[in-house]
Design a protein around this ligand. Structure first.
Ligand code: 5GP
Ligand code: MN
Length: 328
């Protein structure tokens, strides 16, 4: 892990009075955990802090942002430092991309995807060997403070949560440094049991009803090891689903021994695309498939993208024909 930029970061933070923090569109647990932790940390240092998001926080993850006010992109105008987390390309920030690019303050990136847009930032922390952006934020802040307790309970809680979601509760991308981080945060008093309950045992019945129906009716298993689940918009509405309630569905087909690659395709007629989540077994690249077929990218074994209609498929109904012939 290359933490040589820590001193420079420390200096930028020391000089700043007004810090803006942002992360990727459709924020997930790691996006919220890494940015939320920075919010609490900078606040404790006496800074004014604005957190800017392109999309709303899903209800299922709103506990991570408890006490974090969300601002519009106009906050970039008045800031004297901008810190971005959990994306490699500014285009991943969504509609606020132009405002980020136009921001005149020094820009810092803290991320764990391959191929960061280095030239757009003054300082880049990028390590694709990290489980999560939250883990990288942890080691940076700990490096600045010389210990974990100094991060404060709120930042610690956010970082533990973000790391937990991106590793799928220690199932993926875990290294000894991830376990060291978890150990240090537990030592500092972070309540992991409470986090697990908030993440995994606080859903509405709608989630289980929808998942059960989808696994019964919309799970397609191809002989070559590709599994996919199509979530049509009418099904989404029939089960009264909310953003985030199908979290984890894409992992279920990978529990079948013969499945090497699993996709969920969620129809979003308002946007004119299917939102694609991809997960793969060791030796198979979800990232390559996301780049090749779905205008996307991400991590080797967990990635995302989109299938546009009418550009990629004429109508949303054609998704089944598309998936039948998709080469993996
Ligand atoms: P999820 O399936 O949980 O939405 O996304 C899994 C991972 O894929 C994310 O952590 C992110 O790294 C990546 N990802 C998701 N959507 C996109 C996308 O549209 N473009 C790119 N480049 N990466 C994505
Ligand atoms: Mn992440």
């Amino acid at each position: 892990m290359d933490l040589s930029g820590v001193h420079r970061f420390e200096e930028l933070v020391r000089l700043a009075r007004n810090i803006a923090v942002t992360t990727h569109r459709n924020p997930d647990g790691d996006a919220l955990g890494s940015s939320g932790a920075l919010y609490h940390y900078f606040r404790a240092k006496g800074k004014a802090v604005s957190v800017v998001l392109a999309d709303p926080v899903p209800d299922t993850l709103s506990f991570i942002y408890e006490g974090v006010p969300v601002c519009g992109p106009e906050a970039f105008d008045g800031c004297d430092l901008l810190v971005c987390t959990d994306f490699n390309l500014i285009s991943r920030a969504g509609d606020i991309e132009p405002a980020i690019r136009a921001c005149k303050a020094p820009k810092v990136l803290i991320d764990h995807h391959v191929g960061p847009e280095t030239e757009a930032f003054d300082l880049v922390f990028s390590d694709s060997g990290m489980s999560s952006a939250s883990e990288l934020v942890f080691w940076i802040l700990r490096g600045m403070e010389g210990g974990t307790a100094a991060l404060g309970p709120e930042a610690g809680r956010c970082l533990m949560t973000g790391m937990t979601t991106d590793t799928n509760n220690f199932a993926n991308s875990v290294t000894s440094s991830t376990l060291s981080m978890a150990g240090e945060l537990l030592e500092a008093g972070v309540d992991r049991d409470r986090i697990l309950s908030q993440l995994y045992n606080s859903y509405r019945p709608n989630r289980v009803a929808a998942m059960s129906w989808l696994l019964d009716n919309e799970l397609h298993l191809r002989e070559d090891g590709l599994a996919y689940i199509v979530v049509r918009d009418k099904v989404w509405h029939r089960f009264g689903l909310m953003e985030g309630e199908l979290e984890g569905l894409v992992n279920i087909p990978l529990s079948i021994g013969s499945v090497n690659m699993s996709l969920t395709l969620r129809e979003d007629p308002a946007q004119g695309y299917y939102r694609i989540s991809l997960r793969s077994r060791e030796g198979w690249s979800a990232r390559e498939l996301a780049m090749k077929a779905f205008h996307g990218g991400g991590h080797e074994k967990a990635s995302g993208g989109r299938l546009y209609f009418p550009q990629d498929i004429e109508s949303p109904d054609d998704v089944y024909d598309f998936m039948k012939t998709l080469e993996i």
